[in-house]
Design a protein around this ligand. Structure first.
Ligand code: BMA
Length: 321
């Protein structure tokens, strides 16, 4: 596997995650049609990396675009949006697509995204080569967001985290898990974790949602998620970490009381939507104990943060709620 993007922790920095010094890695106008490129997903692919990018155009229509990179930092994003073909069902409506996640399971790359079907719900598709894409059944009824697949079957079934929502800027939201034998029919819905009382940690008191694909570590599934607080100026999005039980991920073993990265630098605080860090993907290398987290900043650009997996796990356990 190609080495994941990496930069050592800056001298004197004591944070769990640190930002890439050349952030943002993808600017808002990186393709001719774009108004903003953010909340995007990447995976190892061939001798480099591939990704599915959320590019809102200058009419501010949301769609997803494929892209390729040799080093995970410099990206060539296709100028045309992904056109889906029929997957495991007839072609279903998709008024918009946003906030993709990508994961390789068994023989192909699966993509989930927020699909506009009479309001937001979770769309599912797959590709073998990032050239041809196939769209499957939506996982759920509207309204839902933040559909995130596990990278392997759990107890013989595909497993997905999601966040039931409403048709707007949802003022609530908890993380659920659902299972499927075939990527078409989803059930056995169980609650995983909820927003917490304001006084226990306001940054995750309005709503929460899963971010990158969970990573299996010795202690369980490491799940990076976003948490939201309602302020007098609107929502503020930060990211935290949790560890879910390996065999039964609806059991939360640990969950950070503090956020691990919050909006604090200009490209996270200034943009189309201020004060947003929104992780949708991570590249990791367990042997080298490294993670590179891709996150949307201020709903405008894509940025990168680094960390050591063992430190994130330790922090999550020691600073758990
Ligand atoms: C959420 C989604 C995300 C966005 C976030 C902050 O509801 O729409 O795509 O990053 O709000 O605006």
């Amino acid at each position: 596997m190609k080495k994941i993007p990496w930069e050592n922790r800056p001298k004197g920095n004591k944070d769990i995650l640190w930002r890439y010094s050349k952030n943002p890695i993808i600017g808002r106008y990186a393709i001719p049609s774009s108004n903003s490129i953010f909340n995007s997903a990447v995976v190892p692919f061939k001798d480099g990396f591939a990704g599915v990018f959320r590019c809102d155009n200058k009419a501010v229509q949301m769609n997803i675009f494929a892209g390729f990179s040799e080093n995970g930092i410099d990206w060539e994003i296709n100028h045309d949006k992904i056109e889906m073909k029929e997957g495991n069902t007839d072609m279903i409506e998709s008024d918009y697509k946003y906030d993709p996640r990508v994961v390789f399971i068994e023989d192909r790359y699966w993509i989930t995204w927020c699909n506009g079907y009479h309001g937001p719900t979770i769309g599912i598709g797959y590709t073998f080569d990032f050239k041809e894409f196939y769209q499957c059944e939506n996982a759920f009824l509207p309204f839902n967001r933040n559909g995130v697949l596990f990278p392997q079957k759990i107890n013989g079934k595909y497993a997905m985290l999601s966040r039931p929502s409403d048709n707007g800027h949802t003022p609530f939201g908890d993380i659920y898990i659902s299972y499927s034998p075939d990527m078409k029919y989803w059930g056995e819905h169980r609650c995983v974790m909820k927003a917490i009382p304001f006084e226990d940690g306001a940054w995750q008191s309005t709503k929460i949602g899963a971010g990158p694909i969970p990573i299996l570590v010795e202690e369980g599934w490491l799940m990076i998620y976003h948490g939201v607080v309602t302020t007098c100026n609107g929502f503020r999005y930060a990211m935290g970490a949790a560890i879910l039980d390996e065999k039964n991920p609806s059991v939360v073993k640990y969950r950070t009381q503090e956020y691990i990265l919050g909006p604090a630098v200009d490209y996270e605080m200034i943009g189309d939507v201020q004060n947003v860090v929104f992780p949708c993907a991570a590249l990791h290398d367990l042997e080298e104990d490294k993670i590179a987290i891709y996150y949307g900043a201020a709903d405008t650009v894509v940025a990168l943060a680094f960390g050591h997996i063992s430190e994130i796990v330790k922090f999550t356990m020691e600073k758990s709620l």
